[in-house]
Design a binder for this molecule. Structure first.
Ligand code: SAH
Length: 244
């Protein structure tokens, strides 16, 4: 059988990886991924072949893994967090149309919203929206509309890709949009390097978040009107306490 796994490895350290991801990786001969993610897992799988490429080489990397799977080599593509959340899973299905015999299996992983949420407390207890600030593949105008819609509807907003060298003021722009609908005192949180060395987190207000310098390994949480600080943790009330 020709097989390609697309595996979410979770945020970082191996204990955040699911058992299913671990056993799929153990079954593979070849593991492909972005260099940073391959480096995170390499030591745990000493007898495998690895193929790592730079961040912008996604299509090439997926093509390579598919062609190897088509030759009968059981292969995996790894992504951080979940493989379908701003990951390779969709692209693999698109490219796999040319490789009818290759069976694709997606293995879910813990996405940064969930692992980062746990670090901050319980920010996502009610409805939340996830928006990526990367405009590499999505028009910035559309990203702005999505932020505004989520802010207007009082979702907790989780921001992925909050910054890069080319996009240093995007988080500030996103905060300015949210500030049209929410108070400056809105509770926000950030988590850097979730589950990795150098993990760092904090709870700040929306006006402080506007000036916060995030990097590409940071996930941002903007609270709703029901978000509060309890015992130093970011907590969104679901409303149980108001029920008779
Ligand atoms: N597939 C990944 C998301 C990839 S997009 C997932 O499901 O988590 C890349 C963005 O994800 C980063 O810019 C950051 O916002 C977030 N992210 C991924 N891993 C992270 C980590 N370990 N710590 C903090 N943020 C992370």
């Amino acid at each position: 059988m020709k097989k390609l796994y697309v595996i979410g490895i979770g945020p970082g350290k191996s204990d955040y990886m699911t058992q299913a991801a671990h056993s799929a990786l153990s079954r593979c001969e070849l593991i492909c991924g972005y260099t940073v993610y391959i480096d995170l897992i390499k030591n745990g799988y000493p007898n495998k072949q690895f193929y790592s490429t730079a961040m912008t080489q996604e299509t090439e990397r997926c093509e390579y893994a598919l062609s190897k799977a088509n030759e009968g080599i059981t292969a995996a593509i790894v992504c951080s967090g979940d493989a379908a959340v701003y990951g390779m899973a969709g692209l693999v299905y698109q490219l796999a149309q040319k490789y009818a015999e290759v069976e694709i299996e997606i293995v879910a992983g813990i996405t940064a919203a969930l692992s980062g949420g746990a670090v901050l407390g319980a920010p996502l207890t009610n409805d939340f929206a996830v928006v990526s600030l990367s405009d590499l593949l999505t028009d910035w105008q559309l990203i702005e509309r999505r932020i505004a819609a989520a802010a207007m509807a009082d979702f907790v907003i989780c921001l992925y890709n909050p910054s890069s060298k080319k996009r240093s003021d995007y988080l500030q722009k996103a905060c300015d949009i949210v500030l049209q609908y929410r108070s400056e005192k809105t509770i926000c949180g950030y988590v850097k390097n979730i589950g990795r060395d150098g993990e760092q987190s904090g709870i700040i207000t929306l006006s402080q978040l506007r000036c916060f310098s995030a990097d590409m390994f940071t996930t941002i949480f903007i609270g709703s009107t029901a978000t509060q600080i309890i015992n130093g943790k970011m907590v969104t009330a679901r409303g149980y306490e108001n029920k008779p």
